[in-house]
Write a protein of this length. Structure first.
Length: 543
Protein backbone atom coordinates (compact mmCIF):
# COMPACT_ATOMS: atom_id res chain seq x y z
CA UNK A 1 0.00 0.00 0.00
CA UNK A 2 2.77 2.31 0.81
CA UNK A 3 4.49 3.82 -2.19
CA UNK A 4 7.21 6.26 -1.58
CA UNK A 5 9.13 7.53 -4.58
CA UNK A 6 10.24 10.62 -6.16
CA UNK A 7 9.60 12.87 -3.44
CA UNK A 8 7.97 12.51 -0.24
CA UNK A 9 10.12 14.07 2.13
CA UNK A 10 10.51 17.70 1.55
CA UNK A 11 8.05 19.65 3.62
CA UNK A 12 6.26 22.73 2.42
CA UNK A 13 6.04 26.33 3.35
CA UNK A 14 8.01 26.69 6.54
CA UNK A 15 5.85 24.48 8.72
CA UNK A 16 7.40 23.02 11.86
CA UNK A 17 8.01 19.37 11.05
CA UNK A 18 10.05 18.19 13.98
CA UNK A 19 8.62 15.25 15.84
CA UNK A 20 9.15 13.66 19.18
CA UNK A 21 7.53 11.04 21.29
CA UNK A 22 4.24 11.91 22.94
CA UNK A 23 6.23 12.54 26.09
CA UNK A 24 7.77 15.53 24.34
CA UNK A 25 11.27 16.88 24.02
CA UNK A 26 13.93 17.16 21.34
CA UNK A 27 17.11 15.21 20.98
CA UNK A 28 20.23 16.97 22.15
CA UNK A 29 23.43 16.76 20.17
CA UNK A 30 25.25 15.36 23.19
CA UNK A 31 22.73 13.18 24.99
CA UNK A 32 19.87 10.94 24.02
CA UNK A 33 16.22 11.93 23.78
CA UNK A 34 15.66 10.90 27.40
CA UNK A 35 18.77 12.51 28.86
CA UNK A 36 20.88 9.34 28.79
CA UNK A 37 24.35 9.30 27.31
CA UNK A 38 24.50 7.19 24.12
CA UNK A 39 26.61 4.05 24.10
CA UNK A 40 28.11 2.29 21.12
CA UNK A 41 27.43 -1.23 19.90
CA UNK A 42 24.42 -3.48 19.59
CA UNK A 43 21.97 -4.60 16.91
CA UNK A 44 18.75 -2.88 15.89
CA UNK A 45 16.05 -5.16 14.43
CA UNK A 46 13.53 -3.42 12.17
CA UNK A 47 10.38 -4.95 10.68
CA UNK A 48 9.58 -3.37 7.30
CA UNK A 49 6.29 -3.70 5.45
CA UNK A 50 7.58 -5.54 2.40
CA UNK A 51 10.52 -7.00 0.54
CA UNK A 52 12.27 -5.04 -2.20
CA UNK A 53 12.23 -7.93 -4.65
CA UNK A 54 13.78 -5.99 -7.52
CA UNK A 55 16.86 -5.08 -5.52
CA UNK A 56 18.70 -1.83 -4.83
CA UNK A 57 20.25 -0.61 -8.06
CA UNK A 58 18.99 2.85 -7.27
CA UNK A 59 18.43 4.39 -10.72
CA UNK A 60 16.22 1.42 -11.61
CA UNK A 61 14.86 0.36 -8.22
CA UNK A 62 11.24 0.39 -7.04
CA UNK A 63 11.89 0.82 -3.36
CA UNK A 64 8.65 1.22 -1.39
CA UNK A 65 9.63 -0.07 2.09
CA UNK A 66 13.19 -0.45 0.88
CA UNK A 67 13.69 3.29 1.26
CA UNK A 68 14.60 2.66 4.89
CA UNK A 69 17.38 0.32 3.87
CA UNK A 70 18.66 2.67 1.20
CA UNK A 71 19.00 5.51 3.72
CA UNK A 72 21.39 3.45 5.82
CA UNK A 73 23.70 2.62 2.91
CA UNK A 74 23.60 5.75 0.76
CA UNK A 75 23.70 9.50 1.35
CA UNK A 76 21.82 12.09 -0.71
CA UNK A 77 23.20 15.40 -1.95
CA UNK A 78 20.51 17.41 -0.16
CA UNK A 79 18.07 16.73 2.68
CA UNK A 80 15.15 18.62 4.26
CA UNK A 81 15.62 20.57 7.46
CA UNK A 82 12.94 21.12 10.11
CA UNK A 83 11.48 24.06 8.17
CA UNK A 84 11.13 21.92 5.05
CA UNK A 85 13.98 23.64 3.21
CA UNK A 86 16.35 21.50 1.17
CA UNK A 87 19.83 22.09 2.52
CA UNK A 88 23.20 20.59 1.57
CA UNK A 89 23.96 17.14 2.92
CA UNK A 90 26.54 15.17 0.94
CA UNK A 91 26.87 18.38 -1.04
CA UNK A 92 28.59 21.30 0.65
CA UNK A 93 26.46 23.84 -1.22
CA UNK A 94 23.84 23.97 -3.98
CA UNK A 95 23.45 27.34 -5.74
CA UNK A 96 21.51 28.60 -8.76
CA UNK A 97 21.84 31.39 -11.29
CA UNK A 98 19.34 34.26 -11.56
CA UNK A 99 16.75 32.38 -13.62
CA UNK A 100 17.07 28.95 -11.95
CA UNK A 101 18.43 27.22 -15.08
CA UNK A 102 21.97 26.53 -13.85
CA UNK A 103 22.65 24.73 -10.57
CA UNK A 104 26.15 24.47 -9.10
CA UNK A 105 26.75 21.58 -6.68
CA UNK A 106 29.90 21.72 -4.56
CA UNK A 107 30.81 18.49 -2.76
CA UNK A 108 32.28 17.85 0.68
CA UNK A 109 35.94 16.94 0.79
CA UNK A 110 37.24 13.69 2.19
CA UNK A 111 34.09 11.58 1.79
CA UNK A 112 34.70 7.99 0.70
CA UNK A 113 32.53 5.17 -0.55
CA UNK A 114 32.48 1.83 1.23
CA UNK A 115 35.01 0.46 -1.27
CA UNK A 116 37.49 3.23 -0.40
CA UNK A 117 37.03 5.26 -3.58
CA UNK A 118 36.58 9.02 -3.14
CA UNK A 119 33.41 11.00 -3.67
CA UNK A 120 34.22 13.43 -6.48
CA UNK A 121 32.51 15.41 -9.22
CA UNK A 122 32.98 12.71 -11.84
CA UNK A 123 31.13 10.01 -9.91
CA UNK A 124 28.35 12.44 -8.98
CA UNK A 125 27.97 13.46 -12.64
CA UNK A 126 27.81 9.78 -13.58
CA UNK A 127 25.15 9.22 -10.92
CA UNK A 128 23.01 12.07 -12.20
CA UNK A 129 23.46 10.83 -15.76
CA UNK A 130 22.45 7.33 -14.64
CA UNK A 131 19.29 8.64 -13.01
CA UNK A 132 18.33 10.66 -16.09
CA UNK A 133 19.03 7.78 -18.46
CA UNK A 134 22.19 8.93 -20.27
CA UNK A 135 24.74 6.66 -18.58
CA UNK A 136 25.46 3.56 -20.70
CA UNK A 137 25.15 0.80 -18.08
CA UNK A 138 21.97 2.00 -16.40
CA UNK A 139 18.44 1.83 -17.80
CA UNK A 140 16.08 3.75 -15.51
CA UNK A 141 12.37 3.91 -16.25
CA UNK A 142 10.75 6.16 -13.67
CA UNK A 143 13.68 8.51 -13.07
CA UNK A 144 13.97 9.01 -16.83
CA UNK A 145 10.79 11.09 -16.61
CA UNK A 146 11.71 12.68 -13.28
CA UNK A 147 14.80 14.30 -14.81
CA UNK A 148 13.44 14.98 -18.29
CA UNK A 149 14.01 18.72 -17.75
CA UNK A 150 17.76 18.28 -17.19
CA UNK A 151 19.63 19.47 -20.27
CA UNK A 152 23.22 18.74 -19.29
CA UNK A 153 25.47 17.73 -16.39
CA UNK A 154 29.15 18.61 -16.46
CA UNK A 155 32.21 18.46 -14.22
CA UNK A 156 33.59 21.91 -13.36
CA UNK A 157 36.42 20.71 -11.13
CA UNK A 158 37.17 17.76 -8.87
CA UNK A 159 34.50 18.76 -6.33
CA UNK A 160 32.06 20.79 -8.44
CA UNK A 161 29.23 19.68 -10.72
CA UNK A 162 27.07 21.97 -12.83
CA UNK A 163 23.54 21.03 -13.91
CA UNK A 164 21.78 22.93 -16.69
CA UNK A 165 18.01 22.64 -17.03
CA UNK A 166 15.81 23.14 -20.09
CA UNK A 167 13.68 25.70 -18.29
CA UNK A 168 13.68 27.43 -14.89
CA UNK A 169 13.33 24.76 -12.20
CA UNK A 170 12.76 26.37 -8.83
CA UNK A 171 12.43 23.16 -6.79
CA UNK A 172 15.40 21.34 -8.35
CA UNK A 173 17.22 20.79 -4.99
CA UNK A 174 14.26 18.65 -3.91
CA UNK A 175 15.14 16.22 -6.65
CA UNK A 176 18.67 15.81 -5.33
CA UNK A 177 16.97 14.23 -2.34
CA UNK A 178 13.94 12.68 -4.08
CA UNK A 179 12.46 11.35 -0.87
CA UNK A 180 15.74 9.70 -0.01
CA UNK A 181 15.77 7.74 -3.26
CA UNK A 182 18.55 9.66 -4.98
CA UNK A 183 21.43 8.10 -3.08
CA UNK A 184 24.88 8.54 -4.57
CA UNK A 185 26.21 5.18 -5.74
CA UNK A 186 29.89 4.20 -6.06
CA UNK A 187 31.35 3.96 -9.56
CA UNK A 188 31.81 0.21 -9.24
CA UNK A 189 28.11 -0.32 -8.56
CA UNK A 190 27.06 2.03 -11.36
CA UNK A 191 29.17 0.04 -13.81
CA UNK A 192 28.03 -3.37 -12.54
CA UNK A 193 25.75 -4.62 -15.30
CA UNK A 194 24.98 -7.94 -13.60
CA UNK A 195 24.80 -7.45 -9.82
CA UNK A 196 24.12 -3.72 -9.32
CA UNK A 197 20.87 -4.67 -7.59
CA UNK A 198 22.56 -6.62 -4.78
CA UNK A 199 26.18 -5.44 -4.48
CA UNK A 200 25.54 -2.14 -2.78
CA UNK A 201 28.24 0.50 -2.35
CA UNK A 202 27.41 3.92 -0.91
CA UNK A 203 28.91 6.54 1.37
CA UNK A 204 26.34 5.95 4.11
CA UNK A 205 26.70 5.08 7.81
CA UNK A 206 26.19 1.36 7.20
CA UNK A 207 27.57 -1.18 4.73
CA UNK A 208 25.76 -4.19 3.32
CA UNK A 209 26.73 -7.45 5.02
CA UNK A 210 24.21 -9.91 3.58
CA UNK A 211 20.78 -10.12 1.99
CA UNK A 212 18.64 -13.22 2.17
CA UNK A 213 15.58 -12.28 0.19
CA UNK A 214 12.24 -12.62 1.99
CA UNK A 215 14.09 -13.27 5.25
CA UNK A 216 16.43 -10.45 6.25
CA UNK A 217 18.96 -7.87 5.11
CA UNK A 218 21.83 -6.95 7.43
CA UNK A 219 23.98 -3.83 7.35
CA UNK A 220 27.02 -3.20 9.55
CA UNK A 221 28.60 0.02 10.82
CA UNK A 222 30.81 1.98 8.44
CA UNK A 223 33.84 2.79 10.66
CA UNK A 224 34.95 5.54 8.28
CA UNK A 225 31.68 7.43 8.00
CA UNK A 226 32.18 11.13 7.31
CA UNK A 227 29.73 12.51 9.91
CA UNK A 228 31.05 12.75 13.48
CA UNK A 229 29.05 12.07 16.63
CA UNK A 230 29.33 14.29 19.74
CA UNK A 231 31.89 11.87 21.23
CA UNK A 232 34.27 12.76 18.38
CA UNK A 233 33.96 9.38 16.69
CA UNK A 234 32.06 8.71 13.46
CA UNK A 235 28.36 7.97 13.52
CA UNK A 236 26.58 5.56 13.80
CA UNK A 237 26.46 4.15 17.33
CA UNK A 238 25.03 0.75 16.37
CA UNK A 239 27.15 -2.16 15.20
CA UNK A 240 24.49 -3.43 12.82
CA UNK A 241 20.88 -3.19 11.71
CA UNK A 242 18.78 -6.16 10.60
CA UNK A 243 15.77 -5.46 8.39
CA UNK A 244 13.06 -8.13 8.22
CA UNK A 245 10.17 -7.97 5.73
CA UNK A 246 6.88 -8.54 7.57
CA UNK A 247 3.87 -7.83 5.36
CA UNK A 248 1.20 -8.28 8.04
CA UNK A 249 0.59 -5.09 10.06
CA UNK A 250 -0.77 -7.05 13.01
CA UNK A 251 2.24 -9.33 13.01
CA UNK A 252 4.56 -6.33 13.10
CA UNK A 253 2.71 -4.94 16.09
CA UNK A 254 2.84 -8.27 17.89
CA UNK A 255 6.54 -8.69 17.13
CA UNK A 256 7.31 -5.29 18.64
CA UNK A 257 5.23 -5.96 21.73
CA UNK A 258 6.91 -9.36 22.20
CA UNK A 259 10.37 -7.83 21.79
CA UNK A 260 11.15 -9.87 18.68
CA UNK A 261 11.89 -6.66 16.77
CA UNK A 262 13.02 -3.27 18.05
CA UNK A 263 11.26 -0.95 15.60
CA UNK A 264 8.23 -0.76 13.33
CA UNK A 265 6.37 1.99 11.50
CA UNK A 266 2.70 2.39 10.65
CA UNK A 267 0.39 4.70 8.76
CA UNK A 268 -2.86 3.27 10.14
CA UNK A 269 -4.81 5.04 12.86
CA UNK A 270 -5.96 1.76 14.40
CA UNK A 271 -2.36 0.69 14.91
CA UNK A 272 -1.46 4.13 16.23
CA UNK A 273 -4.20 3.84 18.84
CA UNK A 274 -2.82 0.48 19.96
CA UNK A 275 0.72 1.84 20.10
CA UNK A 276 -0.37 4.82 22.18
CA UNK A 277 -2.04 2.46 24.64
CA UNK A 278 1.13 0.36 24.82
CA UNK A 279 3.19 3.48 25.42
CA UNK A 280 0.89 4.55 28.26
CA UNK A 281 1.63 1.17 29.84
CA UNK A 282 5.36 1.76 29.43
CA UNK A 283 5.78 -1.07 26.90
CA UNK A 284 6.90 0.92 23.83
CA UNK A 285 8.01 4.39 22.76
CA UNK A 286 5.97 6.15 20.06
CA UNK A 287 7.36 8.85 17.77
CA UNK A 288 4.71 10.58 15.68
CA UNK A 289 5.39 12.88 12.75
CA UNK A 290 3.43 16.00 13.61
CA UNK A 291 2.58 17.05 10.07
CA UNK A 292 0.79 14.65 7.68
CA UNK A 293 3.30 13.27 5.21
CA UNK A 294 1.10 10.98 3.13
CA UNK A 295 -2.38 11.03 1.68
CA UNK A 296 -4.47 7.89 1.38
CA UNK A 297 -6.73 7.52 -1.62
CA UNK A 298 -8.42 5.26 -4.11
CA UNK A 299 -6.51 5.80 -7.33
CA UNK A 300 -8.60 5.47 -10.47
CA UNK A 301 -7.25 4.32 -13.81
CA UNK A 302 -8.65 7.03 -16.05
CA UNK A 303 -7.80 5.02 -19.18
CA UNK A 304 -10.04 2.04 -18.34
CA UNK A 305 -13.83 1.74 -17.88
CA UNK A 306 -15.70 2.59 -15.83
CA UNK A 307 -13.39 5.27 -14.43
CA UNK A 308 -12.40 6.69 -17.78
CA UNK A 309 -15.71 8.51 -17.34
CA UNK A 310 -15.81 11.44 -14.89
CA UNK A 311 -19.40 10.63 -13.97
CA UNK A 312 -18.42 7.28 -12.47
CA UNK A 313 -15.47 8.78 -10.60
CA UNK A 314 -17.82 11.38 -9.17
CA UNK A 315 -20.40 8.72 -8.34
CA UNK A 316 -17.98 6.77 -6.16
CA UNK A 317 -16.78 9.99 -4.50
CA UNK A 318 -20.35 10.93 -3.59
CA UNK A 319 -21.30 7.38 -2.64
CA UNK A 320 -18.51 6.28 -0.31
CA UNK A 321 -18.80 7.30 3.33
CA UNK A 322 -15.23 8.48 3.88
CA UNK A 323 -15.99 9.55 7.44
CA UNK A 324 -17.02 5.99 8.26
CA UNK A 325 -13.89 4.65 6.57
CA UNK A 326 -11.74 6.92 8.73
CA UNK A 327 -13.58 6.00 11.92
CA UNK A 328 -13.40 2.25 11.28
CA UNK A 329 -9.85 2.08 9.94
CA UNK A 330 -8.16 4.92 11.81
CA UNK A 331 -10.37 5.37 14.87
CA UNK A 332 -10.95 8.88 13.57
CA UNK A 333 -7.38 9.86 14.51
CA UNK A 334 -6.51 11.22 11.07
CA UNK A 335 -7.98 14.18 9.20
CA UNK A 336 -10.24 13.45 6.24
CA UNK A 337 -8.62 14.54 2.98
CA UNK A 338 -10.38 16.48 0.21
CA UNK A 339 -7.28 17.08 -1.89
CA UNK A 340 -3.67 16.04 -2.39
CA UNK A 341 -2.06 18.81 -0.33
CA UNK A 342 -2.05 18.72 3.47
CA UNK A 343 -2.83 21.62 5.82
CA UNK A 344 0.12 23.99 6.09
CA UNK A 345 1.47 23.04 2.69
CA UNK A 346 1.55 24.84 -0.64
CA UNK A 347 -1.73 24.42 -2.49
CA UNK A 348 -3.84 23.33 0.48
CA UNK A 349 -7.47 24.43 0.51
CA UNK A 350 -9.93 23.75 3.28
CA UNK A 351 -12.66 23.30 0.68
CA UNK A 352 -11.43 22.68 -2.87
CA UNK A 353 -14.90 21.52 -3.89
CA UNK A 354 -14.44 17.77 -3.58
CA UNK A 355 -17.76 15.81 -3.61
CA UNK A 356 -19.20 15.21 -0.16
CA UNK A 357 -21.22 12.18 0.92
CA UNK A 358 -24.55 12.06 -0.94
CA UNK A 359 -25.92 8.59 -1.65
CA UNK A 360 -28.88 9.83 -3.71
CA UNK A 361 -26.55 11.86 -5.94
CA UNK A 362 -24.24 8.86 -6.34
CA UNK A 363 -27.05 6.52 -7.35
CA UNK A 364 -28.36 9.03 -9.88
CA UNK A 365 -24.92 9.38 -11.47
CA UNK A 366 -24.57 5.61 -11.68
CA UNK A 367 -27.98 5.29 -13.32
CA UNK A 368 -27.14 8.08 -15.78
CA UNK A 369 -23.85 6.37 -16.67
CA UNK A 370 -25.55 3.04 -17.37
CA UNK A 371 -28.25 4.66 -19.49
CA UNK A 372 -25.81 6.84 -21.43
CA UNK A 373 -23.12 4.22 -22.10
CA UNK A 374 -24.74 0.83 -21.65
CA UNK A 375 -21.52 -0.29 -19.97
CA UNK A 376 -21.02 -2.31 -16.80
CA UNK A 377 -20.27 -0.51 -13.55
CA UNK A 378 -18.51 -3.53 -12.06
CA UNK A 379 -14.85 -3.04 -11.24
CA UNK A 380 -11.84 -4.66 -9.56
CA UNK A 381 -10.23 -2.92 -6.57
CA UNK A 382 -6.54 -3.73 -6.12
CA UNK A 383 -5.11 -3.94 -2.61
CA UNK A 384 -2.19 -5.47 -0.77
CA UNK A 385 -2.59 -8.83 0.91
CA UNK A 386 -1.95 -7.34 4.38
CA UNK A 387 -5.09 -8.20 6.41
CA UNK A 388 -5.22 -4.65 7.80
CA UNK A 389 -5.34 -3.20 4.29
CA UNK A 390 -7.68 -5.90 3.02
CA UNK A 391 -10.12 -4.84 5.74
CA UNK A 392 -10.19 -1.33 4.23
CA UNK A 393 -10.86 -2.78 0.79
CA UNK A 394 -13.67 -4.93 2.16
CA UNK A 395 -15.35 -1.90 3.72
CA UNK A 396 -15.12 -0.05 0.39
CA UNK A 397 -16.55 -3.15 -1.28
CA UNK A 398 -19.53 -3.18 1.10
CA UNK A 399 -20.24 0.53 0.72
CA UNK A 400 -20.08 0.19 -3.07
CA UNK A 401 -22.50 -2.76 -2.90
CA UNK A 402 -24.98 -0.52 -1.11
CA UNK A 403 -24.79 1.75 -4.17
CA UNK A 404 -25.54 -1.16 -6.50
CA UNK A 405 -21.92 -1.63 -7.59
CA UNK A 406 -20.26 -5.04 -7.77
CA UNK A 407 -16.63 -4.82 -6.65
CA UNK A 408 -14.14 -7.67 -6.76
CA UNK A 409 -10.98 -7.45 -4.66
CA UNK A 410 -7.54 -8.33 -6.01
CA UNK A 411 -4.82 -8.79 -3.41
CA UNK A 412 -1.08 -8.82 -4.04
CA UNK A 413 2.15 -8.00 -2.27
CA UNK A 414 3.50 -4.46 -2.12
CA UNK A 415 5.97 -4.82 -5.01
CA UNK A 416 3.37 -6.46 -7.26
CA UNK A 417 0.86 -3.71 -6.50
CA UNK A 418 3.36 -1.09 -7.66
CA UNK A 419 4.16 -3.06 -10.82
CA UNK A 420 0.45 -3.25 -11.65
CA UNK A 421 0.20 0.52 -11.19
CA UNK A 422 3.20 1.15 -13.44
CA UNK A 423 1.74 -1.11 -16.11
CA UNK A 424 -1.73 0.42 -15.84
CA UNK A 425 -3.14 -3.03 -15.05
CA UNK A 426 -5.91 -1.94 -12.71
CA UNK A 427 -9.27 -0.18 -12.63
CA UNK A 428 -8.99 1.20 -9.10
CA UNK A 429 -6.45 0.59 -6.36
CA UNK A 430 -5.96 1.48 -2.72
CA UNK A 431 -2.89 3.67 -2.56
CA UNK A 432 -0.95 5.95 -0.29
CA UNK A 433 1.44 8.51 -1.72
CA UNK A 434 3.51 11.47 -0.70
CA UNK A 435 1.57 14.28 -2.37
CA UNK A 436 0.95 15.83 1.05
CA UNK A 437 4.55 15.96 2.19
CA UNK A 438 6.77 17.78 -0.23
CA UNK A 439 7.10 20.72 -2.53
CA UNK A 440 4.20 20.22 -4.95
CA UNK A 441 6.52 20.41 -7.93
CA UNK A 442 7.58 16.92 -6.89
CA UNK A 443 4.09 15.74 -7.86
CA UNK A 444 4.77 16.75 -11.46
CA UNK A 445 5.76 13.22 -12.44
CA UNK A 446 2.70 11.62 -10.84
CA UNK A 447 0.14 13.67 -12.76
CA UNK A 448 1.72 15.00 -15.95
CA UNK A 449 0.79 13.65 -19.39
CA UNK A 450 -0.39 10.21 -20.40
CA UNK A 451 2.90 9.14 -21.99
CA UNK A 452 4.50 9.11 -18.57
CA UNK A 453 4.45 5.69 -16.80
CA UNK A 454 4.78 7.41 -13.42
CA UNK A 455 1.35 8.91 -14.07
CA UNK A 456 -0.14 5.73 -12.65
CA UNK A 457 -3.73 6.99 -12.88
CA UNK A 458 -3.32 7.86 -16.57
CA UNK A 459 -4.59 11.35 -15.84
CA UNK A 460 -5.16 13.35 -19.01
CA UNK A 461 -5.87 16.90 -17.99
CA UNK A 462 -4.46 19.80 -20.05
CA UNK A 463 -5.26 22.26 -17.28
CA UNK A 464 -3.26 20.31 -14.71
CA UNK A 465 -0.39 19.94 -17.18
CA UNK A 466 -0.36 23.69 -17.81
CA UNK A 467 -0.47 24.52 -14.11
CA UNK A 468 2.30 22.04 -13.30
CA UNK A 469 4.50 23.67 -15.94
CA UNK A 470 3.79 27.10 -14.47
CA UNK A 471 4.53 25.92 -10.93
CA UNK A 472 7.87 24.43 -11.91
CA UNK A 473 9.27 27.73 -13.11
CA UNK A 474 7.52 30.23 -10.82
CA UNK A 475 9.76 31.59 -8.03
CA UNK A 476 7.16 33.84 -6.38
CA UNK A 477 5.69 32.01 -3.33
CA UNK A 478 2.29 33.74 -3.55
CA UNK A 479 1.91 32.90 -7.22
CA UNK A 480 2.98 29.32 -6.59
CA UNK A 481 0.33 29.03 -3.87
CA UNK A 482 -2.35 30.14 -6.33
CA UNK A 483 -1.12 27.75 -9.02
CA UNK A 484 -1.29 24.71 -6.78
CA UNK A 485 -4.61 25.76 -5.26
CA UNK A 486 -5.99 25.70 -8.80
CA UNK A 487 -4.58 22.19 -9.27
CA UNK A 488 -6.35 21.22 -6.06
CA UNK A 489 -9.65 22.55 -7.43
CA UNK A 490 -9.20 20.74 -10.73
CA UNK A 491 -8.62 17.45 -8.91
CA UNK A 492 -11.85 18.02 -7.01
CA UNK A 493 -13.77 18.82 -10.17
CA UNK A 494 -12.52 15.84 -12.18
CA UNK A 495 -12.12 13.43 -9.20
CA UNK A 496 -8.95 11.91 -10.65
CA UNK A 497 -8.40 10.35 -7.21
CA UNK A 498 -10.81 9.65 -4.38
CA UNK A 499 -9.08 11.15 -1.35
CA UNK A 500 -9.59 9.47 2.04
CA UNK A 501 -7.27 10.68 4.83
CA UNK A 502 -4.10 12.60 5.48
CA UNK A 503 -1.86 10.02 7.06
CA UNK A 504 0.65 10.59 9.81
CA UNK A 505 3.49 8.10 9.77
CA UNK A 506 4.44 6.78 13.19
CA UNK A 507 7.63 5.08 14.32
CA UNK A 508 7.47 2.87 17.39
CA UNK A 509 10.31 1.16 19.25
CA UNK A 510 10.92 -0.89 22.35
CA UNK A 511 11.86 1.07 25.46
CA UNK A 512 15.48 -0.04 25.11
CA UNK A 513 15.92 1.97 21.89
CA UNK A 514 17.07 5.60 22.16
CA UNK A 515 18.14 8.40 19.84
CA UNK A 516 15.34 7.99 17.31
CA UNK A 517 15.20 11.71 16.65
CA UNK A 518 17.93 12.54 14.12
CA UNK A 519 20.92 14.66 15.19
CA UNK A 520 21.74 18.04 13.73
CA UNK A 521 22.46 18.06 10.02
CA UNK A 522 25.96 18.73 8.60
CA UNK A 523 24.72 22.24 7.79
CA UNK A 524 23.92 22.78 11.48
CA UNK A 525 20.17 22.76 10.79
CA UNK A 526 17.63 20.81 12.77
CA UNK A 527 16.49 17.86 10.65
CA UNK A 528 13.10 17.15 9.19
CA UNK A 529 11.93 14.07 11.06
CA UNK A 530 9.94 11.82 8.75
CA UNK A 531 11.22 8.27 9.04
CA UNK A 532 9.12 7.09 6.11
CA UNK A 533 11.60 8.81 3.85
CA UNK A 534 14.37 6.81 5.35
CA UNK A 535 16.04 8.84 8.07
CA UNK A 536 19.19 6.78 8.66
CA UNK A 537 19.55 5.47 12.24
CA UNK A 538 22.59 7.67 12.83
CA UNK A 539 22.07 8.49 16.49
CA UNK A 540 20.09 5.38 17.43
CA UNK A 541 21.51 3.31 20.26
CA UNK A 542 20.31 0.47 22.49
CA UNK A 543 20.65 -0.33 26.15
Amino acid sequence: MLLVMAVVATACGGSDNKSSSRKGGEQSTSIGDDGKTPKRGGTLRIAVAGETNGGFCLPEAQLASGINIVSAIYDTLTAPNAAGQLVPNLAKSVDHNADYTTWTIKLREGVKFHDGTPLDAKVVKNNLDAYRGTYPTRKPLLFLFTFSDVKDVRVVDNLTVEVTTKRPWVAFPSYLFANGRLGIVAQAQLDDAKTCDRKLIGTGPFKLKEWRINDHLTVVRNPDYWQKAPDGKPYPYLDQVIYRPVADEGQRLNSLQAGNVDEISTGLGGSLKTLRELQDKGDVEVNEVKRPNLVGHIMFNASKPPFDDAEMRQALAYGLDRKQLNEVVNDGLFKQADGPFAPGGIGYLKDPGFPQHNVAKAKQLIADYKKRTGKSTDFVLNTTSDPSITAIAELVQQQAKDLGLNVRLRGSDQAALINLAIGGEFQATLFTNSFAAGDPDEDHIWWYGQGNPVNFGRIKDPMIDQLLDQGRSEPDPAKRQTIYENINREFAKQVWNLWTTYTTETLATTTKVHGILPPKMPSGDKPFYIRITGDPPLAVWKE
